[in-house]
Design a protein around this ligand. Structure first.
Ligand code: HEM
Length: 396
């Protein structure tokens, strides 16, 4: 371990910090480009340039040793797409990249916009609904479960499982980190039982197991790839949709702008991802002694890569970095990561979110909060449990 200052005594995983992590991120950013956190025994990299520099150099900053903050989760995800390097990484990624590529998504059988209409129109007719429990926690999980061909019997487990694995990314000295270990075990136990015929014919999940039968991957790699869908595609998309509706309720003038100019939808989605990045951080391990932005980092040191802080770095985004502005060009945000491990599912996430925004923009003039917003505390995900809203519709 290198003992260079600065060293900050911030506790990023205290409840109050998780509820509002942004002041702590700013302290780390202002302290320096690479800051040692004694509490965690690792470096924190919280400025935009530093996060991007690490993400684009996978050889010096490896994911091989896991991307969480404790050995248990890091051992559990060994050999998965998320925690591997080439050639294994590229071999695994190739299997998922086929359906998730722009071409794969163009030719997929499901009409996501139609699905958004079917779910959201009745909610708008009701006027009052919860953006989290009625919309965000229903839409992505149903879409992904159908595309991946998940059996009915385990569909209700997908959200708890995804929440559990992200939660377990936390530091070993926090009880919260291990509070969801049983759920992680439950998911792994289920994954170990899955066979080709358990997944619907023609589904993305069946294609993974088919690749194993064809010898393109080893049979034991199929469950880890399946878990990429059941974990990575849930909490992330759910929470960005929840955050979007909350932000539009709090900033009605931004919703007006979007309704007036639908071409702003992609940029609005980027801005929500930037401001309320669902995945707050992952980690990397230095493979060699390296000078990182003037700080000597030793081989074997772990570095926390704080996507959510990079996305609010005033050095990159300007003094109004903390403001929600859908006309801002936020396309180079790091909420999907960057480089080799950059989110393979971002095309699907964009399709889902754009469809939701389009359907809402057709009918909703404004969102009004009707009760308290409840945040969900998770070690790695910026989440919400409840965003109760009433909508004023355009014909009102
Ligand atoms: C708004 C929604 C999403 C967000 C914010 C998000 C965020 C991220 C981030 C930050 C990474 C980079 C991890 C790293 O650098 O270590 C990542 C990777 C990944 N994401 Fe997503 N994700 C989202 C949706 C999805 C969806 C819908 C899927 C699947 C259909 C998915 C599958 C994956 C996979 C498999 C990886 C690992 C890629 C690799 O290691 O090469 N994600 N995601």
């Amino acid at each position: 371990m290198t003992t260079t200052t600065p060293n900050l005594p911030v506790d990023l995983f205290a409840d109050e910090t998780l509820l509002d992590p942004y002041p702590a991120y700013k302290r780390i950013r202002d302290e320096g480009p690479v800051v040692w956190l004694d509490v965690l025994g690792c470096w924190a990299v919280a400025r935009y340039d530093g996060v991007r520099a690490i993400l684009e150099d996978w050889e010096t900053f490896t994911s091989d040793k896991g991307v969480g903050l404790n050995d248990d989760v890091n051992n559990a995800i060994q050999g998965t797409l998320l925690a591997s390097s080439p050639p294994l990484h590229d071999q695994l990624r190739g299997i998922l990249a086929e359906p998730l590529s722009p071409r794969g998504l163009r030719t997929m059988s499901m009409d996501i916009k139609q699905r958004a209409l079917e779910l959201i129109e009745p909610l708008i007719d009701r006027r009052r609904f919860d953006a989290v429990t009625d919309l965000a926690r229903v839409f992505p999980p149903t879409i992904v479960a159908d595309l991946v061909g998940i059996p009915d019997a385990v569909r209700s487990r997908l959200i708890p499982w995804a929440d559990a694995i992200f939660n377990m990314m936390g530091p070993p000295d926090k009880a919260r980190t291990y509070a969801t270990a049983d759920l992680v075990g439950e998911q792994y136990a289920w994954l170990a039982t899955v066979g080709t015929r358990d997944l619907a014919e023609g589904s993305w999940g069946r294609a993974i197991y088919q690749a194993a039968e064809d010898g393109r991957i080893r049979p034991d790699q199929a469950p880890t790839l399946l878990s990429a869908y059941t974990s990575a595609a849930m909490d992330t998309t759910i929470n960005v949709l929840s955050s979007a509706i909350l932000l539009f309720a709090e900033h009605p003038e931004q919703w007006d702008e979007l309704r007036a100019d639908r071409s702003l939808i992609p940029s609005a989605f980027n801005e929500v991802l930037r401001l309320e990045s669902p995945l707050q951080f992952f980690t990397r391990v230095a493979t060699t002694d390296v000078d990182l932005l003037g700080t000597p980092v030793s081989a074997g040191d772990r570095l926390m890569v704080v996507f959510a802080s990079a996305n609010r770095d005033e050095r990159h985004w300007g003094e109004n970095a903390a403001e929600f502005d859908i006309t801002r060009d936020a396309s180079d945000h790091l909420a999907f990561g960057y480089g080799m491990h950059g989110c393979v599912g971002q095309g699907l996430a964009r399709m889902e979110a754009h469809s939701v925004f389009e359907v809402l923009a057709d009918r909703v003039e404004s969102f009004h909060l009707t009760g308290p917003v409840e945040r969900r505390i998770n070690s790695a995900i910026r989440g919400l449990d409840s965003v109760p809203v009433e909508v004023v519709t355009i014909v009102d």
